[in-house]
Design a protein around this ligand. Structure first.
Ligand code: ADP
Ligand code: ZN
Ligand code: ZN
Length: 692
């Protein structure tokens, strides 16, 4: 009899690391959630293992809470803690439902044998007969009447958990399942016959019907008795995928996303944990859903940046998905029209080379902006195409009205007082705002330096573009500043003629049948970021936007405005040549030793004290060197200053090494040493394995 439980107390304090031993209470298993005495506090704690005995004198847990997690999530949490240089407590906390919420019980009325279909000899009013006929159901406002029937032995009334069911935004009409085409058949077959832990990449052009493949594969998995997790990019912006799964599978689907109320979230979590729901659809955190026996994990639009979590642990849901599938002997399927070089390099690839409806991919033309006057937003050709279009999607990857303001007399610029970045003008709100910390201030009337009222606006954002486009057709704007994205998408879908304008969210997975024009306003905007993924992002953005046009049998075309028409990422996107792009990109990455040929770890130090951030980053570097480096062939880059953010100076060190585990180990140990050092106590350190 194993009479000892080993637990991880759920605390954010890094220094406090388990496991700690306690007496095993009745019913406690691996995954149980306990309340334990800890010093003078009472903490919640997750059981990570059982043991026969302990060398310590053991305390008794106060109670066993109802929110146990499946053992496979315990294993996953402990792995995440190591993989992302975090703590077991932080990783395990992500797997629990919101604390302080309970199941919601209401009174449920059922007819007894006598109350079911009572004969005419039973004296009842018409109202009472109607009430009985409508059972079973929650008592609600009829409780009084039902209690009277209960006294006569016709009804039982008892508490029962009432599910707080989320409402799903429906975008797109309900459709009958189509007959699969041969490419889809082959893909479904490949998934069905994949071995435990196998990883597949569904590389299908935009509109090739990947969703239908996911639906069929999910159906097969359910039939085999296993559960399914479907990850989608940030959900408020892509409600279509949820709608399709709910349409096909009904209540077997649970959704877990940030738009749920605490109660809804709790109940969806419970339905998954208790096996009432067997499919979980949601953004990255859904990879931690408490399903048992997961047979299939799907990651849709696997190139999407929202799969990376920015809290601690800074996990990448794509890698966690892989681990999760491995742990339960399931299959991982990631899908995209523009897969990451990492996935192409490591996964078995299944192709969908044609659009499901037989249409061709739309022709893409470059609009060279080098000869246009500075400040021109839309080229004449783009403008004319928009006038001719019925429905168009226009992409510009900058929010707001204009990027920044300057004083024409003295050159003063307006910067965020907390961050060293310029403030962005949002005209409709009459505000200048910082896109990094949310600081806002009123639009200035005059320069604070020289009192001049002559101010210049530079650059164009989606708000200004919306204003220009409104002269051509009704406009729907979609970007991170829009309160209800689902509603915006519905408005666009229902309109006869409209232009959807927005940041990269307009290029994400939407399936509208009648879009005949796609426009990328500033295709090389993303190329100018100093980041090794700039090419990949640019290729993906242009290809994905092009993928929204010409669906559903209609004709479509795409215009790409750029100052850099010879950039390989843009040229390959124009030719719909993802193989060509990926081949070149993998060669480049191999030569420069970027992922997947090395692991990157970014350590950012920050402090409000001048100089402290740099000193801490330098100390991390010294600590890595002192420990003998980060594995064979590893390099340390930095410390390099980053712009000040939320009033904190920042400095970063990058570890780059071919031996992933040596690099993670070295970064973790060095960061822990600097965190513990008195000299660096004002500095905060964050360790980001596989930064985006
Ligand atoms: P992707 O995710 O690959 O870009 P979708 O899954 O959105 O593509 O599918 C594009 C469109 O093709 C959808 O409207 C879908 O209903 C339709 N479709 C999928 N499979 C078939 C099929 N076998 N026959 C006809 N239409 C299909
Ligand atoms: Zn001035
Ligand atoms: Zn700021």
């Amino acid at each position: 009899m194993q009479s000892v439980v080993q637990v991880e107390p759920l605390t954010t304090a890094r220094a406090l690391r388990g496991p700690f031993d306690y007496v095993r209470p009745e019913g406690a298993e691996v995954g149980s959630l306990l309340e334990v005495p800890f010093g003078r506090q009472t903490l919640r704690a997750v059981v990570t293992a059982l043991a026969d005995s302990s060398p310590h004198e053991l305390a008794v847990p106060r109670r066993v809470l109802p929110e146990a997690i499946p053992p496979e999530l315990v294993a996953l949490g402990l792995w995440m803690a190591r993989e992302y240089c975090s703590t077991p407590a932080r990783a395990l906390s992500l797997m629990l439902p919101p604390s302080g919420v309970r199941a919601k019980a209401q009174l449920w009325a059922e007819p007894t044998a006598a109350g079911r279909d009572p004969g005419p000899e039973v004296r009842l009013t018409d109202n009472q007969r109607a009430l009985l006929a409508a059972l079973p159901r929650f008592a609600g406002t009829d409780l009084g009447a039902l209690r009277r029937l209960e006294k006569r032995g016709l009804v039982t009334v008892a508490p029962r958990d009432r599910r707080r069911a989320p409402e799903h935004v429906a975008v797109g009409a309900r459709r009958d399942p189509p007959v699969l085409n041969p490419e889809q058949e082959a893909a479904v077959h490949a998934i069905a016959t994949a071995g435990p832990g196998e990883r597949l990449l569904l590389h299908g052009v935009t509109g090739s019907g990947k969703t239908e493949v996911y639906l069929r594969a999910a159906e097969q998995t359910l039939r085999a008795g296993a559960g399914v997790i479907v990850l989608v990019p940030e959900i408020g912006l892509t409600p279509q995928m949820i709608a399709r799964f709910v349409d096909r599978f009904g209540d077997t689907v649970a959704v877990l996303h940030s738009g749920l109320s605490q109660g809804e979230r709790y109940d969806e979590w419970r339905r998954l944990r208790d096996g009432e729901a067997r499919i979980c659809v949601g953004p990255r955190s859904a990879v931690l859903a408490p399903l048992r026996g997961v047979g299939l994990v799907i990651v849709d639009e696997e190139h999407d940046g929202t799969y990376k979590h920015e809290g601690d642990p800074r996990y990448d849901a794509r890698l966690v998905a892989q681990r999760r599938a491995e742990l339960s002997g399931g299959v991982l399927v990631v899908g995209s029209a523009t897969p990451r070089p990492e996935s192409v390099h490591a996964l078995r690839r299944i192709r969908l080379a044609h659009r499901a409806d037989g249409a061709r991919l739309p022709p893409v033309q470059i609009v060279d902006m080098r000869a246009t006057a500075a400040g021109t937003v839309l080229h004449r050709r783009t403008h004319d195409a928009l006038v001719d279009a019925r429905k168009a999607i226009v992409l510009l990857n900058r929010r707001g009205w204009s990027n920044f303001l300057t004083c024409r007399s003295c050159g003063h610029t307006w910067e965020c007082p907390q961050c060293d970045v310029t403030l962005v003008l949002h005209r409709a709100e009459g505000a200048m705002s910082c896109h990094h910390c949310g600081h806002r201030e009123p639009v200035p009337r005059a320069c604070p330096e020289c009192a001049s009222v002559s101010l210049a606006r530079h650059g164009t954002g989606t708000e200004r573009l919306e204003h220009e486009l409104a002269r051509i057709a009704p406009v729907v704007r979609l970007d991170a500043g829009v309160a209800n994205p689902g509603e915006a998408l519905q408005r666009f879908e229902r309109a006869d003629r409209a232009i959807l304008v927005g940041t990269q969210v307009v290029a994400k997975g939407h399936d509208f049948a009648d879009v005949d024009l796609g426009v990328v306003v500033d295709a090389d905007g993303t190329l100018r970021f100093p980041d090794f993924r700039a090419e990949e992002r640019t290729f993906s953005l242009v290809t994905q936007l092009a993928g929204r046009a010409g669906r559903g049998g209609g004709a479509g075309r795409v215009l790409v405005q750029t100052l850099d028409p010879d950039a390989p990422s843009i040229m390959h996107a124009v030719r719909h040549d993802s193989d060509g792009f990926l081949e070149g990109e993998l060669q480049r990455r191999r030569a420069l030793r970027y992922p997947p040929f090395a692991t990157l770890i970014r350590i950012v130090c920050s402090s409000t004290e001048p100089g402290a951030a740099h000193a801490a980053a330098h100390a991390v570097r010294t600590a890595v060197d002192a420990a003998g480096g980060a594995g064979d062939g590893a390099m340390l880059l930095g410390p390099a200053p980053l712009f000040r953010l939320r009033g904190r100076e920042r400095s970063q060190l990058v570890v780059k090494g071919p031996d992933r585990y040596a690099a993670i180990e070295a970064a973790g140990v060095a960061a822990a040493a600097v965190r513990a050092a008195k000299a660096h106590r004002t500095a905060n350190l964050s360790v980001d394995v596989d930064p985006q």
